[in-house]
Structure formats: structure tokens, C-alpha cells
Design a protein around this ligand. Sequence first.
Ligand code: PHE
Length: 441
Amino acid sequence: MMITLCRIRLAQRPLCAFGLRRCGSALAPGRPTTTNLLGKEYPTDDKTNITPAIAEKLGRKLYLQPSHPLGILRELIESHFNNFTAHSGFSPIVTPAKNFDDLGFPADHPGRALSDSYYINNESMLRTHTSAHEVEVFARGDRRWLLTSDVYRRDEIDSTHYPVFHQMEGARVFRSTPEGMTELEQDNARLSEHLAQSNIVIEDVPHSSPTNPIPSIYSNHDAERMVLNLKLSLNSLMLALFGGRAGSAEEPLRVRWIEAYFPFTSPSFEVEVFFHGKWIEILGCGLVQQRTLQLANIPHDVSWAFGLGLERIAMILFAIPDIRLFWSTDSRFLDQFTPGKISTFKSYSKYPPCHKDVSFWLPSEGLHDNDVFDLVRDVVGDLAEDVKMIDGFTHPKTQRTSRCYRINYRSMDKSLSNDEANALHTDVITQLRDRFGVEIR
Ligand code: PHE
């Protein structure tokens, strides 16, 4: 079914879904005022910006397929943390309160913008990270848990960015009692011993610092031991995932810890792994802020949490060169993988690229890059390999702004003829003009 999108002329008003045409902020008559997602009707409003290309992805659950690289990786991590409860299947539709407010995101955080996140309406959005479920899982009383799901962010188009990707969240709760701290000490001793025997080199940072402080719920001593537990637990996960694959047998795995900032953890860190000559960011983590623990009704406990991106790791481990491949239904992709096994993907022939440029004058209200990217996804789907803004200038006299985007059309499954690429490009140009009111140059 072909669905026309609305014409939006304001940068802060991205594409809206499902044939809605907007006049100012009100919805014009005659278009659907609701949208069906995962079998449920949702009213649309002036915040609606989810597109059909995204809506279509909601029920796919790639991470639950046992012979899909994302499913294989999820199971590998779950078997590493084998005494953690593994959750999945949570709906991607959440309230902005769950995704942002409960986690202490400030009201003006850029992640909340319509240009960065997908909204169904004022009350609901697609989660942008698995941390959106922290409060509810802690509230269940789970003390060691993992949660895997699809997450959604408006983003650029290239071989490592896709507006839907997958994250895994993990957390471990301790009681801040002498018994709880004894359990922590014992676990730290066990993990330290395991790591001492492994071929791993860790570039560390202090457990806390003035710029990465310990929240007041923790005594300094307890917090230091908690951060040590977090570091040991994640270093051992890195070893399970990358050890032996980082280089030759004699070459140790190199892991680097970096001070970071997240509104819902402190101290916070990022972890990077040295792989094929580069440092690659793998995850974010930290000690859970009191707000989360209080909302979850466990104010007397302490916890650490981490969140990692599955695609990034799977692309490295399985040597998958393009993030679009995860969505492929081509048997030449899917048949290469076996449950429980990391194997090297063998590219079936790469078809020739076809670059086409489009230049236009922006409407006076401007246009966000992400609106252009979502439009391309909607019109040509995964046939766009990457889209780049290659030129932009403002005319000194008229003050009008021109932009030029270069789109690379390339199918992963077949060779596109120049005529086919031209037809796709013509559709993109027509839609840019009709939906955004740009003037093609
Ligand atoms: N949710 C964070 C992100 O998506 C990662 C994170 C999870 C950081 C848990 C700290 C603790 O970037």
C-alpha cells in the first residue's frame, strides 16, 4: 500500500505519519486521526512524526530469532550472565515520562526533540533506549536482570546507522547492608581472580572523581566497591565476547574505560574495545541514581546498570559490513548463521553503487537533515545505502539557503539498473517538493 506523507514546512515539525496533511498545527479534515500500531489504535496529534517505514518495523523482533546474528549475540550475553533473569518482548511504545522524565533527563534535553525521536502523539513515543524500562524491572524485585529490545532514533543514513536498532540493558542490585556488602566483596574476589588469569589489558579511570561524583546514597567505600564490581563484571563480558578474537593468541584483549555522563547514573562510564586497529565504543554504564531506585520502590538498595548496542558488536563479531543486512530476508544472508555460533559472514557479491545528487532551496522555515533522511527511507526503503549533505550555502543577496544531498542507491540483493535508480531518485525529488515545499535547483 502506498501511503502519502504530509507536507511539513517547519524544521521542528518533521514528517508525520500515515497520510496526514497538516495545515498550520491543526489536522485538516478527511485524514485518519488515529494510527494502528501493533494491533492498537493510537490518536494522532501535532506531535505525530512516526513514518510508515518505521511503523512497519515494530513487530519484527529480530533479536528473538535464534539463528539471526542479533539473536545469537543476545543468547551469548545471556549465557555469560547465566544467573541473571533475561527479559524481552516489552512493547516499544512508551510514555515520554518513562523514556526521559523518570530517568532525570532535563526538560530541554536534545534527545526529546521531534527531530531526534519518534512520537506517536503527545502521550506516547518509541523508546530511544532500553533504560526506559529500568524503573519497572527494578520494581518487579529482580536483582540481576537483562533486557533486550528494539530502540528507535531519528538519524543519518549510512552503513552503521539505522533508525531502528537493538540494545541490551543489564543491572545488578545489592543491599546496602553489611550482608549485601559482604556478597559484593566475595563477588569482586571471584571476578578479580578470573580476570587475573586472562589475557586482557585494561586502561582504567578512577572509580569516581569531582567530575564523575558518587551520589549521596552511597558511602564512598561502598560506591568504590560497587564500581569495582561493575568494572569487573563488564571486563569479563568483554573477554567472553572479544577475547581470542581481538588478535593473535599472544595479543591481549585491550579494553579502555572512559568517564561519561548519563542523567540516570553517576559515576558513569563508557567502555571501548580495541579491535582491528581501532577503539570501538561498546557500552555505557554507571551506578544507578537514587531517583530510579526510589521510583522502583527499592530506596534502600544500590545498583549498577549498563546498556549496550547489539548491532555494533554483531557487525564486528560476524564481520557484517552494512547495518541494513540485519533486516534482510534474503536466504543468502539468513542461511549463513547457526544458533549459538559466531561465524564470519561471507558477503555475497556487492552490487555497483549508484550516486545521484539533489539540490534545492530550503523553504523559509528551514528543514532538518533527519526529515530528509526519513523521507528517503519512506520513499525507497533500504535501497538507499547512504545519504550525505555534500554542499550548503546561503545566497548573500536573497539570504535563501541551498543544500545538496548525495544519495547512494544500492540494493543488497540485486543489481539496480540506471533506469531503476533514476526512477527512485525522481520519486525522492517529487516527494521532497510536495512534502516540504523545497524548490529544486
Ligand atoms: N541508555 C544509555 C544509552 O542508550 C546507556 C546506558 C544504560 C548508560 C545504562 C548507563 C546505564 O546510551
